[in-house]
Design a protein. Structure first.
Ligand code: MG
Ligand code: ZN
Length: 439
């Protein structure tokens, strides 16, 4: 299930990347910087997705260098030196030897040598591929060296004259998932399904939101996920109408709705799932009416997530159902066309229906190409997540509708023949949900 550092996927991706940047180019990719949480305590380290995509290397303070056709090797790694004493405190390091043997570098150095080594590659290169803004400390050092090599160009006849962003290529590559990546995404989705089922079974009136957050995170970690791929949203009652509610402190009441937006990350791949269900009870008539609108909007949206369709098609289809529902329950007035045209639905549905999903929750890749909504292709994964949010102090809404938030979110893979809903093991049909909330 998991890749080894020197495994084939990384090697094959590097080969494609080297070919894409071509001879006469050097690419430099930084690892993610370490971030402080409080005092001298660091956040749990998570490697930069682009860096991991090409190297499989999880340690900080590393740099990968690519230089097609360079006599000293086309894949060079700069890594932390082995250090017995430090490793006793902060964990094992691959070191230079590990970078060569386990991670397939043709040459490897300790990171301290980067500034000494880089000019050798720069002086033979016309184009430098470097993602500015990803690691500020390294930005400064790289730009200085590139500037210096550029200044030498008139005298030695070679050297860089262009800085190009490697993400253009990498993000297009990451947008189309390989079979091995899809296996990891399906596994992440299966774990998230278990977490949502546990939440539906456990949530009862009188519990705090954070108790359910703990259940969800337990389900993730106990099945080998690294944890949530974004802070879990556990939003009961009126909190459901707050899009990024992550305080998770409120006491839930039996029978009110609980919105959970939580997905795990498994071996660097994210899942992103939202379910909304009544706490320890069946849906009331009003809850069922509103939930059914969102469920139908999602069904219509998913139906349009097909190869050859536009990225915007699921959104347009889901929005139409939401707007008709809003008109029926008295949230908006006028014809559906008017409501969409004037945007009066936005008070109750203020986000888009889909985003790409992959190593990052809001994954990389263009949504529009040449000004047009992008055409969906096999291997792309997107969420379909319509919602309906009526703030508790919303004066435009009828009294009895206030303080309700509903979202239903699944992850959809576009396939040759159509689609695969990789999160389909998470219950969302009313009877399936009620079987768990009242079981
Ligand atoms: Mg989500
Ligand atoms: Zn999402």
């Amino acid at each position: 299930m998991s890749f080894e550092g020197n495994g084939r996927p990384f090697q094959a991706r590097r080969a494609k990347f080297l070919q894409a940047i071509g001879e006469g180019a050097t690419a430099v990719l930084p690892s993610a910087p370490v971030a402080l949480r409080s005092g001298d305590v660091e956040f749990i380290y998570r490697q930069d997705s682009d860096f991991y995509y090409l190297t499989g290397f999880e340690e900080p303070e590393a740099i990968a260098l690519f230089s097609p056709g360079h006599p000293d090797g086309d894949f060079v790694m700069f890594v932390r030196a082995r250090d017995k004493e430090r490793e006793t405190w902060t964990g094992r390091r691959a070191g230079v030897e590990g970078a060569l043997i386990e991670y397939g570098a043709v040459k490897a150095y300790v990171t301290d040598e980067f500034e000494k080594v880089l000019p050798r590659y720069l002086e033979k290169s016309e184009r430098i591929y470097y993602p500015i803004g990803r690691n500020e400390k390294l930005d400064e050092r790289v730009l200085k060296l590139v500037q210096w090599s550029s200044a030498m160009r008139p005298r030695i006849g070679s050297g860089p004259y262009a800085i190009v962003d490697p993400r253009e290529f990498l993000h297009e590559a990451r947008l189309r998932k390989e079979p091995a990546e899809l296996e990891l995404m399906r596994h992440a989705a299966a774990i998230s399904a278990e977490a949502h089922r546990a939440a539906m079974r456990k949530a009862r009136g009188g519990m705090k939101e954070w108790q359910i957050e703990a259940e969800v995170n337990f389900a993730f970690r106990s099945r080998g996920a690294s944890g949530p791929s974004y802070p879990s949203i556990v939003a009961s009652g009126p909190n459901g109408a707050i899009l990024h509610h992550i305080e998770n402190r409120r006491e839930m009441r039996a029978g009110e709705l609980l919105l959970i937006d939580a997905g795990c990350e498994y071996d660097f791949y994210a899942s992103d799932v939202t379910r909304t269900f009544p706490v320890g009870a069946k849906f009331t008539n009003l809850q069922r009416e509103l939930y059914s609108i969102v469920l139908e909007a999602q069904r219509k949206g998913i139906e349009r997530a097909l190869p050859g369709a536009r990225f915007d098609d699921p959104h347009d289809a889901a929005l139409r159902v939401l707007v008709d529902g809003m008109r029926e329950v008295g949230l908006v007035k006028g014809s559906a066309e008017e409501v969409i045209e004037q945007g009066s639905y936005r008070r109750f549905y203020m986000h888009r229906t889909s985003h790409w999903l992959g190593m990052d929750v809001h994954d990389v890749g263009l949504y529009r190409v040449k000004g047009e909504s992008r055409t969906l292709e096999p291997g792309m994964v997107l969420t379909v997540e319509p919602g309906l949010y009526i703030n508790e102090d919303c004066e435009e809404a009828p009294d009895h509708l206030r303080g309700i938030g509903i979202r239903i979110e699944d992850d959809v893979l576009i396939t040759e023949g159509g689609q695969e809903i990789i999160t389909s093991a998470t219950p969302k049909q009313i009877t399936d949900v009620e079987a768990l909330t009242t079981g």
